[in-house]
Structures are given as C-alpha cells and as structure tokens.
Design a protein around this ligand. Structure first.
Ligand SMILES: [Zn+2]
Length: 392
C-alpha cells in the first residue's frame, strides 16, 4: 500500500458539492463529486448524536485553529482522481453539514449557523487546510488495514497509525529496538521516559527527539523519508546521545525525572558545561526546601536558572493580612505611605495608604538569595513596586 501526505486541500475543497442524505443519515460526496464520503465499509454518521456535541466539537476546533486529526482517503484507481474516505468520514460530514447550515455552533455566546457567521470566520473555516493521507493499494489490503485502525477494541494511537502507514524496513528495525519489552536498556529508559513500550511510546520519543518536534506530520515525513532504510543508526545514535547526556549530568535518578521534555532540555542545554557533583548537591538541597512546590521543575532550574520553574510557595493569606495591618498602622502614625517603597519616594504617593487589594506580598530577601517564605521575610508593596521588583 502506497501513501502520500497532502496538506494542500482546504475545507472549501473537501466540501465542494457536499451532499447529505437526510433519509439515509449520511454524508455522500465532496471534492466536487470526486470524494465518496461513505464507502460501503464505513459506519453511519454518528456525530449528530447527543445534541450534536461531536459535530460541534469539530467546528469549534476549526474555529480555534486546532487540528482535527489525520484523514485517510483511499484512491482506488491510480489513473483517476477519485477518492473514498477510509478514516475521517464523521469529521468530513460535520464540516459539510455545518457549511450547509444543518446545525449551529456557539460563537461568542451566540448560536451561529455558517451563513450567519462574520465574513472573516467563514473565510477562516473555508481556508483551513486539512492533513490527508492518500492511500493506494488493492481493495482487500485497504480493507484489512482499515479494520486494524478502526475495529480493534482499542483505537490505534498516533504512532501506531504512523507505523502502519509507513510499514517497511525502518519500522521493523525501529520496533525491534524501541518497542521490544525484552530490550535490556528498557530499565534505564523508563527512568526518563513515561509510557508503554508496546504502545510505541519509546519509539515515539526516539522519533520526537530526532525530528525535534512532537508533531505527527514531521514524524510522518521522517518515517516516509527513511521508510526503506537498511538501518536505524541515526535514530539510535541520537537517542543514545540524549540518554547518555542525562546520565552524565544527573547522576542520581529521581522519580520526578520521568517524562520531562528531555529532547528539548538536551537541545537547549547540552552545550553548557555542568559539574555533576555540584548539580547533585544543589538538587538535594532543593528537594529539601519546602518553598519549592514543583519538584519536577528542579532539573531545568539547575540547568538554566529560571526560578519560576520551581513554583516557589507563596505567603499565606493570614500572613499577608497581618503584615498589611502592621504596616498600615505604622504608616498612619507617621503619616507616610503603607508601601515602604512609596514612603521613601518624593512624589504624591509618598503618603498614599493603599487598600489591601492594591498590594502584593514580597520576599524582603529573595528566595533565590536564601530568603524564607515566612512572616519575618514578608512585606507588602503596592502592585507597581511589587511588579518592578519582580523576582521572588
Ligand atoms: Zn509603592
């Protein structure tokens, strides 16, 4: 079976000449009659059930610019530009039905049919490009494949679909390495990568790392390019290089390391030099620091120094109220602003008494400089000054 990726066809193209049979309850044609929406092996249209929640969801995705997923078309004859929908009939029918004003969706709080939408929204829908795989093969081959994607008890995930679309040398070798529960490296990998080896999560990660993207389309392009390769060295080397880097930089494996975006972390930081012993000591210290509420953020924090990854614990409401009351009482007494930074200024705010809601709590000594998140280290600042001070 041969497959070709097309991303040039728009909603307008697909819905040209769309027909919906009310009597049979199914979408019939698109692409000016060249697309059969409901071949004999397809299910009836189900997306109008439950008050149309699924067909509305399709349109909401399009309106928000979200992808609606891969569509698979079968091209039964090589010499004819005629297609049948292998997978995606429900979604295509939703598009056609909406454009034919057969249901409405909520836009900005109002139920809107296609014809009542603003011009720019109608344009947006019509110009949306769809991601379509055109499959060519013998009918029994197509049907067998369709069965595996749709009728199996558990629907195929994105990587499993890509594996069937690009089945060949590369997939066979890649599965032997990355989808093999007998592979002795698996225990190490499981420390960093979350998922199920048999559902292709490790192969998926290896591909995401090499194409530097989690996008199905990019992964599909890579798989298509390498489909008949006799080896998977590039994929394997890149994967091992990243695993080795993690092991070299982070000598203690912590459970929070599993599932981090290691591909991105490697790309961003692998050229920097790190002292693994010093990093391990810093990580231990951060694990013990109660102000650090996001333990998973520790690893990127020690690589790049971004404090906000740690979600430093903030002051309790009761602490803030106590400090506010104390500062305000003192400010009234000396006739100065209750924001200590405004009070030392010379403009009109130097005597301003802010309401509680106009102030924010601030660490007197920043957390990053060793300041604690307790009442002794808390001061209330007006929002302008708090924002200007910025860090925590
Ligand atoms: Zn101020």
């Amino acid at each position: 079976m041969k497959t070709t990726l097309r991303t040039d066809l728009t909603v307008a193209d697909i819905c040209a000449g769309f027909e919906f049979s009310e009597a049979e309850g199914k979408g019939l044609f698109g692409l000016n009659g060249n697309l059969t929406i409901q071949p004999e092996y397809q299910r009836n249209y189900l997306y109008a059930q439950n008050n149309g929640e699924k067909e509305k969801a399709v349109m909401n995705s399009i309106l928000k610019g979200y992808p609606i997923g891969l569509l698979y078309f079968n091209k039964p004859r090589a010499d004819e530009d005629k297609y049948e929908i292998l997978d995606g009939q429900q979604r295509v029918t939703s598009l056609g039905r909406y454009i034919k004003n057969l249901f409405a969706v909520e836009v900005d709080g109002h139920q809107q049919y296609f014809d009542s939408l603003a011009q720019n929204l109608r344009e947006k829908i019509l110009k949306t490009q769809l991601t379509i795989y055109i499959c060519e093969g013998a009918e029994n081959e197509i049907k067998a494949w369709f069965k595996t994607i749709n009728i199996a008890g558990i629907p195929l995930n994105a990587q499993e679909i890509l594996n069937s679309v690009y089945s060949g040398n590369f997939v066979t070798l890649a599965k032997e390495e990355f989808s093999n529960s007998q592979n002795s490296n698996l225990n190490v990998w499981k420390g960093y990568i979350k998922g199920n080896v048999l559902r292709q999560d490790f192969l998926r990660t290896a591909l995401e790392w090499i194409v530097k993207s989690a996008d199905d389309e990019k992964i599909g392009e890579y798989m298509s390019l390498h489909r008949w390769d006799k080896n998977i060295s590039a994929l394997k080397n890149n994967f091992n290089e990243i695993i080795n880097w993690i092991e070299k930089v982070f000598t203690d494996t912590k459970s929070e390391m599993c599932g981090l975006e290691w591909g991105r972390l490697y790309e961003t930081y692998h050229e920097n030099k790190y002292d693994a012993v010093a990093l391990a000591a810093e990580i231990d210290k951060l694990y013990k620091d109660e102000a650090v509420t996001n333990k998973r953020g520790i690893f990127e924090y020690v690589l790049g120094g971004e404090v906000k990854l740690l979600h430093i614990r903030f002051f309790e409401e009761s602490t803030k109220k106590t400090v506010y009351a104390r500062q305000t009482a003192k400010a009234n007494e000396i006739e100065k602003s209750n924001c200590p930074l405004c009070a030392i200024g010379s403009n009109k705010n130097s005597k301003k008494i802010y309401k509680y809601s106009e102030m924010d709590a601030d660490h007197v000594t920043a957390w990053s400089k060793g300041g604690a998140t307790d009442i002794k280290n808390c001061e209330m600042l007006c929002k302008t000054h708090n924002r200007a001070k910025g860090n925590c």
